[in-house]
Design a protein around this ligand. Structure first.
Ligand code: SF4
Length: 63
């Protein structure tokens, strides 16, 4: 199931989720926040050792 289908967007942005990923369709670029109400953080290593092992699983490419 696509995560974003269940995570609706704020009209503005979510001040609790700072994000500078301008390539994401959910990014609010002026203030650098996420516009989703909730995100899913995931890991792409069996054992995460540092922040480089984690990703935003809610990312969707800006069209
Ligand atoms: S979905 Fe993830 S990558 Fe996209 S703006 Fe929100 S926090 Fe950033």
């Amino acid at each position: 199931m696509d995560i974003q289908e269940n995570y609706s967007c704020y009209d503005g942005y979510n001040g609790s989720i700072a994000c500078a990923v301008a390539e994401c369709k959910f990014n609010e670029k002026t203030n650098k926040y996420c516009t989703l109400r909730k995100i899913q953080v995931v890991k792409h290593e069996a054992l995460a050792k540092d922040s480089k092992c984690t990703d935003c699983g809610s990312f969707m490419k800006l069209q």
